[in-house]
Design a protein around this ligand. Sequence first.
Ligand SMILES: [Zn+2]
Length: 362
Amino acid sequence: MPTRPNILWMLVVLLLWPAALPAQESGLRLKTVVIDAGHGGHDPGAVSKASKLSEKQINLDLALKLGARISKEYPDVKVIYTRKTDKFVELAERGNIANRNHADLFISIHVNSAKASAASGTETFVMGTDKSASNMAVCQRENAVILLEDDYTTTYEGFDPDNPESYIIFNLMQNAHFEQSIAFASLVQRNFIDKGPITKSRGVRQAPLMVLWRTTMPSVLVEVGFLSNAGDRTKLNQAENRQKIADDIFDAFVTFKKQYDSDGSFSFDPTLLETPDDDPEEEEHALPAPVVGPHFEIQILASSKKLKNGSPDLKGVQEYRCRFINGMYKYSVGNFSTKEEAARRLPAIQKKFPGAFVVRID
Ligand SMILES: [Zn+2]
């Protein structure tokens, strides 16, 4: 039953509120963190053949170590994992888990890989907003994906991907957390540099990574080192070093939570935002590791020229495989154990790539 508000009582509360809670001027508390161990199940991520080490194992170990420390030292903080076992979770679902649980922070953990074995070091990504025009183009193309989710209207609170005016709201949501994401990313990189075990930093970077842009809270993707680099690999292979890496991220969490829970103002070290010149050979991390054994994929494109990462022809698709077959570069997505599974997914892909079809890869 609706009651009439007691104006005087409300006034008293308003007057006393800041005094009663001096450390919470913003009224915000970091209550829920989602930790996302990248890859899993039939998606191993980067793989080191020599030492039989796969990215998915390292990601999971780091995620569990980080979560354990947060749970131990902040029992009132809810720690949610996108996976706690070696299972496959769709990229879109990872962000959805964070959104559904109204998380205050999303940390995705990955290990890098590059063709050039010299590439090494750590880097932390935030969803990029610096190239506004191109980012929005990616946003519009990629937003169509949410139509495939059963509960997109609730997840996005009325957001309509078919209505161009809706996108303004989404862009604001993205910008609203940009500074906080940068702040957390900077804290992570600072700790990596200062405490190791992998002290070489590739900086804080911005990229239109699918798993990040759909989250509605400060979100980062941490690349903890290169599995393709002997030095990094040796460190990542040792449990005590993985604990140190988890501790570095945990220490960033401690500082970030302090700022978040107090006045909500964040400071960061701008020098960390200066990234070294990119070696194109090193830009392999966005691509999933090649899948071995017979399986099915969905071919989206064929081209006589090799397309660059981020080419408009790829329509914003980040995770694809490229094979050079019979003089053509063939681009495909997905990894299905049966033809039926691939066929079920095909109509969704065809919305973007009308000519897409299922291919068998042996
Ligand atoms: Zn990864």
